[in-house]
Design a protein around this ligand. Sequence first.
Ligand code: AMP
Ligand code: MG
Length: 545
Amino acid sequence: MQAPAAELALRFDNSFVRALPADPEPKNYRRQVLGACYSRVDPTPVSNPALLAWSGELAQRLGLPADPQTDPDLAARLAQVFAGVEQLPGMAPFAACYGGHQFGNWADQLGDGRAISLGEVLGEGGQRWELQLKGAGPTPYSRMGDGRAVLRSSVREFLCSEAMHHLGVPTTRALSLVTTGDAVVRDMFYDGHPRPEPGAIVCRVAPSFLRFGNFELFAARDDRATLARLADYAIETHFPALASAHAAGDPQRYARWFVEIAERTAEMIAHWMRVGFVHGVMNTDNMSILGLTIDYGPYGWIDDYDPDWTPNTTDASTRRYRFGNQPRIAAWNLLRMAAALRPLIGDEAPLQAGMDAYAAALDRHTLTSFAAKLGLAELRTDEDAEDPRSGLWLVDELLTQLATTSTDMTLFYRALADLPLAEDCDDESLLAPLLPAYYEDLRPRARAETLAWLRALTAKVRGEGHDPAQRRARMNAANPKYVLRNYLAQQAIERAEAGDQDMLHELQAVLRAPYDEQPGREHLAAKRPDWAKHRPGCSMLSCSS
Ligand code: AMP
Ligand code: MG
């Protein structure tokens, strides 16, 4: 029996397809698409969709039911809709055309090869949300791919985008996770052993999925008219204050827009560095113009702190996308975006202003987040980083120590709020809260250096004389207790593949309040067990998804 249609009444307002040039070819086959921002394409039906997970709080903001899993008919209907089998009135599915730089090289046309947008919904407060199915079947941009996604990568995208949101990191969201009932063949290690895996579809949600690559493609093709139309659409729809300040065609409009993109990107990157997130594929087609974390593929979370770690096996040789390189790669990507906007601005100088704005915003956000993480009143760039009484020395020295000892990043920072602050505290008591964070015992020299750092930190904190309870609350709001540890995601995947969704749901629930102590849930905050150290899915991931 179908749930009443009224229950799924969404307010569609499809600005993207309305405002922008469409590919005139209605047939769905792989091709180069010129002079158009998108192609109309319907999802390819799947055999037996089932709703595995649902983001109730996001659903409510869109105008959808919060808790469909208590009503089997409704859950079945939502599975049909968010597998792309049933289209609701007002939907206008399309795949977007974009290009991108992959691993530093121009890759030309890429496009939504397995993502199909259903349309844009006006939700709570008139907020615009694009709904996009990932894995909904082939599109004109599928190139060699099948347009599908496997359960393991879909679980990872679903859990991580919601976890990031609740961590306060700008990100695309995930509404639903649906299994399709169809097998998808993947060669997970690219070693000539393809095997069938369960297929799945995530409905992801964001105000827009526009990427740097959407603009780069038209610039690369010298298609200034489409470039300008797309830029004006993006600004008018998603940066309304800029649109009213500067008319279409005014170079200032695009120059100021680039500054905004750069500043948002800086804020996103500072958050990644704060929580220990490594994106893994920071290609320009995976960079959102809204500064949202987008395209969850072979991402990973820092366990044992190592700025050189990359989760992506494809990136293992050059480590371009390693944790510590993310700020620099974002700047490199912004330069590609600047080059794409150059025809609209006509001059280098405003673009340099955007790059300067990126550097300044990154410094600002980084200092703010480190001050909160360490429980210091503030950090300033004009301090003397050589002086052990300065906050900058504390940060630099800490990052060196974390990189040279075997330390769980999340546990370490979280424990800082529990440090005894008394000046006469003995060494054992001072170090005690941190001990659970170490994967190996500290050697004598590292122990001495750590103690010296702790003494410097606690002395500075005492000198600042802040209210301990407030300081602690601020620290705990910057240092999460629960993150989507690589091995936990992998365990949830293996259980879901075996038909047991309990861990998936448990992680989803815990990660909704990542800064809270959640009694009884401590096992989901535990450091990486030894078995997970070199296990695929836990420490290394391929792009196969
Ligand atoms: P990604 O590395 O996931 O950002 O993907 C890069 C490009 O490959 C994008 O254009 C994707 O749409 C496309 N792509 C990835 N996987 C598939 C697939 N299974 N079928 C079709 N296109 C895909
Ligand atoms: Mg992508």
